[in-house]
Design a protein. Structure first.
Lengths: 113, 115
C-alpha cells in the first residue's frame, strides 16, 4: 500500500496520560499536514511541515501538543496530559509540492476516558 | 482566516437523480478548492478539485463549478447511485501563500441516495 499510513488506528487513554501518534506520508511527498476531526464536523488544521521544517501551527495546537518530522520523512504528534476534549480523530495528509492535492491517511481515533 | 460555509447539511435524493452541494468561502486569496468524500469510519477521499483559474471541471458523473466573484463553488453529481451515499466536504486553501495554513473545510453534507 503506497498511501498515507497512520499508527495506531485506535488509542484509548486515561486523562492526564501522554500519547504519541505516527504518520508515514506517501514517499517523496514533502508537505505534511495534521488535522483533527470531531464527530459531525470537517477536519480542522493543526500543523504543517515542509520537509522537516514545521512552518505553521494553528491556535488549536495548545502547548500540550507537539509535532516533529525528523529528516522530512515520517511525523509524530504528541499530546501531553490528555484531556477529555482531546478525544477526536487525528488525520495526517501529505502533498507533493508543487501539486495541490492532499491525500489523507486513515486517522488515529483517540478516546480519553 | 478563511471561513467555508457548506449547504445543505443533509441531502436526500432518489437514485438516478442529480445532487448539488454548495459552498461559499470568505478569503478572496484562496485559489484551490477540493471536494472530499468520507464514508463512515474511513479516510476523506479526494474526488475532484478546481483551481481558481478555471470555472468548471468535470470527471464522469461529478463536476465542480467555481464563481470567484461570488466566492462560491458547487459539487454536482449526476445519475446518483447507492455507492454515492456518504458525507461530502468542500474545502479551500491559499497556495499562493505556500499552503501553510492548511485546508479550511466546510461542515459537511450527508448525502443519502434513496433506492
Amino acid at each position: 500500500d503506497t498511501g498515507v499510513s497512520q499508527d495506531p488506528r485506535h488509542k484509548i487513554t486515561k486523562r492526564g496520560q501522554n500519547v504519541t501518534f505516527r504518520c508515514d506520508p506517501i514517499s517523496e511527498h514533502n508537505r505534511l499536514y495534521w488535522y483533527r476531526q470531531t464527530l459531525g464536523q470537517g477536519p480542522e488544521f493543526l500543523t504543517y511541515f515542509q520537509n522537516e521544517a514545521q512552518l505553521e501551527k494553528s491556535r488549536l495546537l495548545s502547548d500540550r501538543f507537539s509535532a516533529e518530522r525528523p529528516k522530512g520523512s515520517f511525523s509524530t504528534l504528541e499530546i501531553q496530559r490528555t484531556e477529555q476534549g482531546d478525544s477526536a480523530m487525528y488525520l495526517c495528509a501529505s502533498s507533493p509540492k508543487p501539486s495541490y492535492e492532499q491525500y489523507f491517511g486513515p486517522g488515529t481515533r483517540l478516546t480519553v476516558t | 482566516g478563511e471561513n467555508v460555509e457548506q449547504h445543505p447539511s443533509t441531502l436526500s435524493v432518489q437514485e438516478g437523480d442529480s445532487a448539488v452541494i454548495k459552498c461559499t468561502y470568505s478569503d478572496s486569496a484562496s485559489n484551490y478548492f477540493p471536494w472530499y468524500k468520507q464514508e463512515l469510519g474511513k479516510r476523506p477521499q479526494l474526488i475532484i478539485d478546481i483551481r481558481s483559474n478555471v470555472g468548471e471541471k468535470k470527471d464522469q458523473r461529478i463536476a465542480v463549478t467555481l464563481n470567484k466573484t461570488a466566492k462560491h463553488f458547487s459539487l454536482h453529481i449526476t445519475e446518483t447511485q447507492p455507492e454515492d451515499s456518504a458525507v461530502y466536504f468542500c474545502a479551500a486553501i491559499n497556495y499562493s501563500g505556500g499552503g501553510a495554513d492548511g485546508l479550511t473545510f466546510g461542515k459537511g453534507t450527508h448525502l443519502i441516495i434513496q433506492p
